[in-house]
Ligand binder design. Structure first.
Ligand code: M6R
Length: 607
């Protein structure tokens, strides 16, 4: 995690850095700092807490200059504190570094450096970079960084600046994302695109083992052995405004409301009349026909999308699907072969566990397809093909629009596989496509219920525990609804397959336990009605999701949220929306920091 940004050019660097860090706060926000090189000095400002604290500090003690580095931290080694905040310095204060990642051999490196007289002032792993570069420096900063990197084991996105080489920034990447932004006589580094979008849309995505040298007159990129690399410049099509709140109280609320357009943009250009265009799968007809099993790996909300994906792919493509939490998958011995298709789902494309999972699957001969929202991020770059979701930047830590866009991509994939392999014919495909086209509109209708959901949420903001129940394709939505509530409101919530209630959770039910039941029309509708009865018989409070026009559920439940009618297979993309709003309004009512909940980060690039 952590976010880094750097600038060299003619603008006052502090405003560029602070603005960049604001757009990276989703990566971590327990402390922040900047370093500015000016008139033969390096000025550092660092503070514990949110970025605002740092912004106020630099307002009170301004720092002029046109070259600098910034960092927003999510602690891994060393508690959040001013001393542990980046940038970190060498012994003489001549070299500064900002870093995202983990130096795995930092303890042995630190011991060796201390034995040679280096004095460490922080508890971080990052500080070893500053001292290593100090030791390796003779007359060339680039060469010193290059040699230092060869001694380090672990992951890094690194920015380095030195008084001994004043007109340059050195940047390097290994397994932590880093981009170089190209402006007119100005250059940037950043962990992610939104950090520099106010200045440029032309970016280079660094690959593992690459080092960039940024000077006022240009950028040079090499590998660790110093061989120069030709890199493609990618033009970013979305703009900075898409990453702003646009009048909403929080990014999360804005992103919930952006779901109709995220779904629309994800299906746009991919729907034929009775077929799906997914050429980006990069698999031949033969490879598609040879798939014997799909293995989905993902974390958190993306894992929930994968659980829904199992239902969809098995039903439409008739291929067996296994779904694994990536952090579990990587430490067992999964049975993967050349006939397994591994599908990695990740909003950020940077989740370390998911990345490790795809490497393991690849080593067993599996083809890798990813579903990802961030262009050029690491997971797509290690995949054979990527189905990009077009949700636009998701800033709120709690994933919302990326989830519904992932579900949309899974529908596209399942129909595509089913059609190519002959599991579904032209007529069924047409029906499914027609229903897909309706989804943005149906999602929009649910959002019109916003005011009612807000009222309901306020009534329930005082409860301490919630149970979420669903069956079949809506069981993962019960998990996702519960995750949304717990991560932003800190209320304990559990998702369960409703049929399991009688095997344990029923013991929890009493008048203090709201139970959210997903009881839309489905194969298991009657069973859900039974579950509602069971909860009511034990004085539980039922908030039910039901299909528009259903009068039965209203007779049994305490509160009903209506969902427009849709084919059962598409219902998860609709049922999740009110649950997101419910969680949002409960958390906001409780005064929680919705976009940046405690202890979480948007992109989990550490194990
Ligand atoms: O970027 P990814 O989709 O790989 O992230 C996976 C999880 O870290 C993420 O979904 C997390 O669970 C969110 N906070 C959920 O809202």
């Amino acid at each position: 995690m952590c976010g880094i940004v750097g600038y060299i050019g003619s603008k006052e660097v502090v405003s560029v850095l602070i603005d960049g860090l604001k757009h990276l706060e989703y990566r971590g926000y327990d402390s922040a700092g900047i370093a500015v090189l000016h008139n033969n000095t390096i000025e550092i400002r660092r503070s514990k807490g949110k970025l605002n604290e740092l912004a106020e500090m630099v307002l009170a003690q301004p720092v002029p200059g046109n070259i600098g580095l910034g960092h927003t931290r999510w602690a891994t080694h060393g508690r959040p504190s001013e001393e542990n905040a980046h940038p970190h310095e060498d012994c003489k204060g001549e070299i500064v570094v900002v870093h995202n990642g983990i130096v795995e051999n930092y303890l042995s490196l630190k011991d060796e450096l201390q034995a040679r007289g280096h004095v460490f002032v922080s508890e971080t792993d990052t500080e070893v970079f500053a001292h290593l570069i100090e030791e390796e420096f003779t007359d060339d900063l680039y060469a010193a960084v290059q040699r230092a990197l060869k001694k380090v084991k672990g992951t890094y996105a690194l920015g380095v600046m030195s008084l001994k080489a004043p007109g340059q920034i050195i940047a390097a990447r290994f397994d932590s994302p880093l981009i170089v932004g190209l402006g007119k006589d100005e250059y940037f580094i950043a962990s992610d695109v939104p950090a520099i979008l106010n200045h440029t849309r032309d970016v280079i995505f660094l690959d593992n083992g690459e080092i960039a040298v940024l000077k006022q007159d240009g950028v040079k990129i090499t590998n660790l052995d110093g061989e120069e690399k030709e890199k493609a410049v990618v033009r970013i099509t979305w703009n900075a405004a898409q990453a702003e709140k646009a009048g909403y109280r929080h990014f999360m609320l804005k992103e919930i409301f952006e779901q109709p357009i995220a779904i629309e943009d994800t299906i746009r250009t991919r729907l034929g009349e009775d077929n799906i265009h997914l050429e980006e799968m990069e698999l031949s007809e033969q490879q598609l026909n040879e798939i014997e099993k799909v293995v989905i790996i993902a974390c958190g909300t993306s894992w929930h999308a994968g659980l829904v994906g199992k239902f969809i792919i098995e039903e439409l493509a008739r291929i067996p699907v296994e779904v694994d939490i990536a952090s579990e998958f990587r430490y067992r011995s999964p049975i993967i072969s050349g006939k397994t298709l591994t599908l990695a789902i990740s909003q950020s494309g940077e989740t370390a566990d998911t990345m490790a999972g795809i490497r393991q699957a690849k080593a067993s001969g599996s083809k890798i397809i990813s579903i990802c929202n961030v262009l050029g991020s690491s997971i797509p770059r290690e995949s054979d093909g990527t189905i990009y979701t077009h949700a636009g930047p998701e800033i709120g830590v709690a994933s919302t629009k990326a989830f519904t866009a992932q579900l949309t991509a899974l529908y596209l994939l399942a129909i595509y596989l089913g059609r190519k392999r002959g599991a579904i014919g032209a007529e069924r495909t047409k029906e499914l496509i027609n229903e897909l086209r309706r989804l943005p509109h149906l999602a929009g209708n649910i959002l019109k219920e916003d005011a009612n959901l807000k009222k309901l949420a306020h009534e329930f903001s005082y409860y301490k525990d919630f149970l979420y129940l669903g069956r079949g394709i809506n069981y993962p939505i019960a998990l996702e609804g519960a995750l949304k509530l717990k991560e932003i409101s800190y209320i304990h919530a559990e998702g369960y397959p409703a049929g399991e209630m009688k095997h344990g959770p029923i013991a929890l039910i009493d008048e203090d336990m709201p139970v959210v039941t997903i009881a839309v029309h489905s194969k298991t509708y009657d069973k859900m009605l039974g579950n509602i009865e069971e909860v009511k018989a034990r004085d539980g409070i039922v908030i039910a999701l039901a299909t528009e026009g259903d009068t039965e559920v209203a007779k049994k439940a305490d509160h009903v949220i209506y969902i427009p009618h849709a084919m059962e297979i598409f219902s998860p993309i609709l049922t999740i929306i009110p649950l997101q709003l419910l969680a949002y309004y409960i958390a906001d009512k409780k005064g929680c920091d919705v976009d940046q909940p405690r202890n979480l980060a948007k992109s989990v690039t550490v194990e």
